[in-house]
Design a protein around this ligand. Structure first.
Ligand SMILES: Cc1cc2nc3c(=O)[nH]c(=O)nc-3n(C[C@H](O)[C@H](O)[C@H](O)COP(=O)(O)OP(=O)(O)OC[C@H]3O[C@@H](n4cnc5c(N)ncnc54)[C@H](O)[C@@H]3O)c2cc1C
Length: 456
């Protein structure tokens, strides 16, 4: 049978019946636009801190419709931004504190899920990165050194045999294990969180796209939500809001899920620790072993659509499914013959300097968080807690973190934006081919592309 395409993502067994939309004009103390992890964590921490606050979340479709219901399920401490860039602006100590808080936020999510009864198939098995050629191995060594310098504790290099012993990936030459990562079922986390905040007294309006935000008001086709505080939590969809087209690039990421693997194939692969798994290719993959015995694997098939275009409910072409299936079969040849059940995609936000932000302007009452460059599952928790402190005018360790009030310049106008991103990803593909040939170091084509992507 042909794999299902889209239907938002494999993580929804059936799509939820949406909650009612905004029933005309309403007032609140805080209005949050977007019911993904960022919006819901912000609502959660605000309500916990001040149960009297009237908080409304206004969502275009349904809670978890965006990347929060479609992602790879890496609850990792990977930084949603450029550590060197932030260190140049704010000093090394602040960035080390940020990294430590990101790692600690992995446990915070796990603790809240346990305390508030969210079953999201969470297993904290760490993250296994594998290098599959000498150039990747050189990058992996450098990455581990760098992570240690930025305060990541407990990260270790693994020999090829040690790495393959965890997950029998083909042609591994080196591995690295980072303990600060858990596998989650993304949609279960975001849907569970929506239920928890509702129980705390937050109102969620679904099917209510916000068409304009101004101080004190968020407009929808059904009415206006008036509130002195308006927080935008629309990440990869932000470019669709008026005036924000060049703010954050909606980067596309696509995934496939296999049918459940037979036990004999699992016996061959291992993966008993449920680590999240990725590689060091420039066109990298990310994967997890799901609770029901499938492999879900993602990568950047079509990285960017002209004029910040966005998919329709996660639909992907057969070419994308074929590409990701090819990656899966190459990395884990044991899966040959296991059918692919589903393919889907979604958008994440990439700022021009590849660095996310949490911002709140007490004068206008407008705030936002996002731009997590594909590392938003944990970062959204830290951002939500931070936005809550900013709104409540609390000066805390969170509000002192270097990404708070960070500003990136706008992306180039089209067609430059499209040509640039397309050019970069072509360069990365060429570099991966160079490196697969056995080069000892990163291809110069990739080094040039890195310079362009990572810097303002
Ligand atoms: C395929 C894929 C794989 C990924 N894998 C990982 C991973 O493994 N680990 C990781 O850390 N990160 C991963 N990411 C990134 C991560 O999922 C996101 O950074 C994170 O979910 C962002 O959460 P959010 O709440 O800010 O945004 P979203 O979850 O995108 O939520 C935004 C919400 O806003 C709503 N919205 C948009 N416009 C409006 C409007 N005008 N009015 C009202 N509502 C609106 C949307 O419908 C949506 O529900 C992945 C992303 C994708 C797409």
């Amino acid at each position: 049978m042909a794999p299902v395409s889209g239907a938002v993502s494999h993580w929804f067994e059936t799509l939820p019946t949406p909650r009612p939309s905004l029933p005309g004009d309403r007032d609140a103390d805080v209005c949050i636009v977007g019911a993904g992890y960022t919006g819901l964590w912000t609502a959660y921490y605000l309500k916990r801190a001040d149960p009297g606050l009237r908080i409304s979340v206004v969502e275009a479709r349904f809670a978890g419709f965006g990347a929060s219901g479609r992602n790879g399920g890496w609850l990792s401490g990977l930084p949603p931004g450029h550590r060197e860039l932030l260190a140049e602006q704010h000093g090394r100590d602040g960035v080390i504190a940020w990294q430590r808080m990101l790692d600690a936020a992995v446990d915070e999510v796990i603790d809240v899920a346990a305390r508030d009864g969210i079953d999201a198939d969470i297993v904290k098995g760490g993250n296994l990165e594998v290098a599959r050629n000498p150039a990747q191995a050189k990058r992996l060594r450098a990455e581990v050194e760098e992570d240690r310098r930025w305060g990541v504790d407990g990260i270790e290099l693994l020999s090829a045999a040690e790495a393959a012993d965890r997950v029998a990936v083909d042609s591994v030459v080196l591995g690295a294990f980072n303990p600060h990562c858990a596998r989650i079922q993304p949609a279960k986390l975001v849907r569970g969180l929506a239920e928890v905040v509702e129980r705390l007294g937050v109102t969620i309006y679904e099917q209510s796209p916000v068409t304009a935000i101004a101080p004190g008001r968020a407009e929808t086709p059904h009415g206006v939500l008036r509130a002195p505080v308006i927080l935008r939590a629309t990440e990869g969809f932000t470019a669709r809001m008026p005036g924000l087209r060049r703010r954050w690039l909606p980067m596309n990421s696509a995934m496939i899920a296999t049918e459940p693997l037979p036990q004999r194939v699992w016996d061959n692969i291992g993966w008993v620790g449920r680590e999240t798994l990725g590689d060091l290719a420039h066109g990298f993959f990310y994967a997890q072993r799901t609770a029901d015995g499938r492999i879900a694997l993602g990568g950047r098939a079509v990285p960017y659509r002209y004029a910040s275009g966005i998919d329709r409910d996660g639909a992907v072409g057969q070419d994308t499914i074929d590409y990701l299936t090819g990656v899966l079969r190459t990395v884990l040849p044991q899966t040959r013959g296991v059918p692919i059940a589903h393919g889907w995609c979604g958008v994440l936000a990439v700022p021009r300097d590849w660095t996310g932000t949490v911002r709140f302007d007490p004068v206008t009452g407008i705030g936002e968080a996002g731009g997590y460059v594909g590392h938003g599952v944990t970062a959204a928790n830290l951002a939500g807690r931070t936005l809550a402190d900013l709104v409540l005018k609390r000066s805390t360790a969170l509000t002192a973190l270097p990404w708070v009030e960070h500003r990136s310049k706008a992306w180039e106008p089209e067609p430059l934006r499209w040509l640039g991103v397309r050019g970069l990803y072509t360069a990365y593909k060429i570099a991966d081919r160079h490196e697969a040939g056995g080069r000892a170091a990163t291809s110069p084509v990739a080094r040039l592309a890195d310079l362009i992507t990572r810097r303002p």
